[in-house]
Design a protein around this ligand. Structure first.
Ligand code: MRU
Length: 349
């Protein structure tokens, strides 16, 4: 597959496919400072945990270049305000902080004249490593999918954990689906619409159809009915932050799907790179949950669907406890079942 420009470098600026306009229009925007990239992340031009990490890394590089071009030496001090905006742009996906922490030693090492180039090279490395991680976790995950004999395997997914949510290639949950397809499995995908932002309808359905997959779109409230009637064999989702004990935060509604999967005896897999595992967060109860603007619930495609002034609750993520997860699949293999010990082993401890 050809990689998407979820966040790439182009002529001294960060270029991103504007995911807000998909699937109707493929428009790219460019960004020339950390503040602009932070706005792009918060406003969902780019979204999905690994993609946000890549965008933040390029955001650091572009900030150093902006300062140097303005005659201001890029240093830890001059870069601090821009880095702060990036760090605060979205709270749940730990890949963002992870990418910034990875760039930090380069900034601390000093040498302002070479810093923009060194930061850019690190950002490129983060994106390339993400490509490789997605492919590796895809094949680890595909090997765990159930054997359904002569039947076509039906995999349900929630939100978009595809190439669009990563450095631009393969994806995490959709990477497992792509790897299964490459391995010759006959499969179909059920994409949950994913209210309220509709990443499943707008992004997953589009991304999979583009690559020739058999994909069926359903609304979130159909999940239990479909499982009860034997129409799902396994669930594969991504994650925004996984705690040290295997509790996994992902797009709102994921927890509901996991509870239903357990009720119906279906395997529930979480696919995510090691950069999504936050070992400093002991359990899911410590994961910050982003609350987004009520307008994303009360307005759909510019059309108001709820009374003006209605009270709205909008946690944008939920936490699925480790006990509901069959395995967490990473580029280093699977934590099967996920717990403190199996997760530590992924890091070689
Ligand atoms: O709000 P979003 O679209 O950034 O949420 C994205 C998700 O919840 C994804 O499932 C998650 O980031 C995994 S992406 C590989």
């Amino acid at each position: 597959m050809k990689a998407f420009d979820t966040a790439v470098w182009e002529q001294g600026r960060v270029r991103m496919l504007d995911q807000r306009l998909l699937p109707q229009r493929e428009v790219h925007l460019t960004f020339g400072s950390a503040a602009e990239v932070a706005d792009g992340i918060r406003d969902m031009v780019v979204r999905g945990a690994p993609a946000i990490g890549c965008a933040a890394a390029y955001g650091v590089a572009v900030e150093a270049l902006r300062l140097a071009t303005a005659g201001i030496p890029p240093t830890a001090e001059s870069m601090a305000p821009g880095l702060d905006l990036l760090r605060k742009s979205r709270p749940t996906a730990v890949n963002l902080a992870w990418a910034l922490d990875r760039m930090a030693p380069l900034i601390a090492a000093g040498d302002p004249p070479t810093l923009p180039q060194r930061l850019l090279e690190e950002a490129h490395r983060i994106r390339e490593e993400d490509f490789a991680a997605c492919r590796a976790m895809g094949f680890h995950g595909a090997a765990l999918l159930p054997d359904v004999g002569d039947r076509t395997l039906t995999i349900m997914t929630h939100c978009n954990a595809g190439a669009l949510a990563t450095g631009g290639y393969f994806g995490t949950a959709l990477g497992v689906i792509r790897a299964a397809g490459e391995s010759g499995r006959r499969l179909r995908v059920i994409a949950n619409e994913t209210r309220p932002y509709l990443q499943g309808a707008r992004l997953t359905a589009w991304e999979l159809m583009r690559d020739g997959f058999d994909v069926t779109l359903v609304t979130d409230n159909m999940v239990g009915h479909l499982m009860k009637h034997g129409e799902v064999d396994a669930v594969v989702v991504g994650a925004d932050r996984i705690a040290a004990n295997g509790d996994a935060a992902n797009k709102i509604g994921t927890y509901t799907v996991a509870v239903l999967a357990q009720r119906h005896g279906l395997p529930f897999f979480v696919a995510a790179p090691l950069s999504t595992i936050d070992r400093a967060t002991p359990t899911g109860a410590h994961i910050p949950i982003e609350e987004r603007s009520a307008e994303e619930i009360t307005v759909i495609a510019g059309q108001r669907i709820a009374p003006e002034g209605v009270k709205v609750r909008y946690p944008a993520f939920d936490v699925t406890p480790a006990e509901l997860i069959t395995a967490i699949v990473t580029e280093a293999g699977a934590a099967f079942p996920p717990n403190v010990a199996t997760i530590a082993r992924l890091f070689g401890d």
